[in-house]
Design a protein around this ligand. Sequence first.
Ligand code: NAP
Length: 266
Amino acid sequence: MTIRVAIAGARGKMGQEAVHTVMKNTDLELVAALDYKEIGATLAETGLFPEGYTVPVFTDLNKLHAQTRPDVLVDLTSPESVYTHTKTALELKIRPVVGTTGFSDEELEELAQLAKDTKVGCIIAPNFAVGAVLMMKFAEQAAKYLPDVEIIEMHHDQKLDAPSGTAMKTAHLISAHRPVHEQGHVREKETLPGARGANYDGMRIHSVRLPGLVAHQQVLLGGEGQLLTVRHDSFNRGSFMSGIVLSINTVMETEELIYGLEHIIR
Ligand code: NAP
């Protein structure tokens, strides 16, 4: 049986790639797109997709659900809308697969509880690239031995949230093994505010935003006389698509919220 998929944010950089991926996959059926403004009745009418893409576009998730009955909602929108989309989808018993970043810890906890209460599966993955998941895992392991860590994440200049969801997730994973401690000199002083980056339990996170970049991260782990660098680069958005397809298939078999692709890669 094919899985019925709706995509929120289909006009975006990730969304367009996801639309083509789902259309090409014979196990999946793209039944609807969700937008927040009138962009045409079908994807083809937006002018961004081929004429054969007659998938209907909705601006209201309740209407989308009533008319197209998707199994899964893939969200690739913005930090402002993703929480409401995910919550509404869970209430409607549509399984969310969320790539949008920018959730607070409280929002993640609330959604996890809602997924548990409704028994509706949900996968939230700040990074769908398998290589990025491995980068996080290797950094997590290395921090047990080299607990002085700085994270440098680099993205295109249209990204709305900073630090990236991947950097936050990396810091969260590392913090399970790294005793909380401030790094650098005790009398360190920033002569330009922000020079030392964001502070996560004493770990520093630096966000670079430049045109030409896609999604890149290095984790620097320093020790006496040595430096270990763990680095991952996504050069194009194709790097995220196998993770999205895996998540769509996996979310059909779960009744709770899973946060992070590392919990589902085999
Ligand atoms: P993008 O090009 O700006 O695309 C976002 C799209 O969503 C835009 O077309 C935007 O429309 C639309 N949108 C905004 N609010 C919406 C709403 N309420 N309903 C429906 N559509 C809405 O951004 P992107 O690079 O594709 O990234 C999208 C999200 O995915 C970001 O949060 C990014 O951080 C994340 N991301 C995740 C991964 C991952 O592996 N998990 C990888 C890359 C990116 P307008 O432009 O007209 O506002």
